[in-house]
Design a protein around this ligand. Structure first.
Ligand code: 1Q0
Length: 211
């Protein structure tokens, strides 16, 4: 299938995100997210409230990346510098103005932590472990902190619809479950790297609690 999801593409995107100067490029970062969202779509309508939000956030970022100031949105570093220098980042509560790139990326960044934990859980889980449990544990240890009760509830219900671990590994389209596990072992350091650099950048500029 021409546009079947493959973990390989997502991996490649996150792999090309980080430059020699340890900058995170927005182009591949967003294409990694588009790949993940495509995968989420293939899991069924029960996940659509999640993918809708993720799509909206990726679209906000795409409009910055294609907009008049596109040269400021090449990397996370240039974005942070530009938005802070121009007072575009609202640090009080949301003002009703356009969402900044910084607050939007922060939401994706927090979700990347979930992804990291989830993929690590899948990789190291036993063959008969339940994807829904791995997913719920990863969520509770990361993203859940930032979500109100209703969202947490809806997310937890949706996770129950996830296929068993081996079936899940198969729909990643990388080959057998063993091959998928090997691929995850290769992919995770890149995702961790992107996460770590972003976390440090946002911490440095006190952007980790943006409303
Ligand atoms: C495999 C199951 C997927 C489970 C996804 C876990 C995340 C649950 C998140 C639930 C969020 C729901 C809706 C809205 C939330 C927003 O309020 C919140 C904050 O934004 P704001 O503007 O209100 O301040 N938004 C977020 O926290 C962003 C959430 C983005 C979630 C993106 C998830 C993309 C998932 C992709 C599937 C990956 C499957 C992994 C296997 C592939 C192997 C590479």
């Amino acid at each position: 299938m021409a546009d079947a999801f493959s973990l390989r593409e997502v991996l490649a995107a996150f792999q090309t995100c980080v430059t020699e100067r340890r900058e995170v490029l927005l182009g591949p970062y967003l294409s990694g997210w588009r790949g993940l969202i495509r995968f989420l779509h293939s899991l069924g309508a029960i996940f659509s409230f999640i993918s809708k939000d993720a799509v909206a956030k990726v679209q906000i970022m795409e409009s910055y990346c294609d907009g008049e100031q596109r040269d400021k949105y090449v990397s996370l570093q240039s974005m942070v510098e530009y938005e802070l220098a121009n007072g575009l980042v609202g640090v009080q509560k949301r003002s009703g103005g356009p969402d900044s790139g910084c607050r939007t990326v922060l939401r994706l960044h927090r979700a990347l932590r979930w992804l990291q934990l989830f993929l690590e859980g899948l990789r190291t889980g036993r063959e008969d472990s339940r994807t829904s449990v791995i997913c719920t544990d990863s969520y509770n240890a990361s993203l859940a902190t930032y979500h109100p009760w209703v969202v947490r509830k809806a997310a937890t219900v949706a996770f129950c619809a996830l296929p068993p671990r081996n079936a899940f590994l198969e729909i990643m389209n990388v080959g057998t479950p063993e091959e998928a596990v090997a691929m995850l072992g290769e992919a995770l350091p890149y995702i961790c790297d992107v996460y770590g650099i972003t976390q440090e950048l946002f911490a440095q500029h006190k952007l980790l609690d943006l409303p």
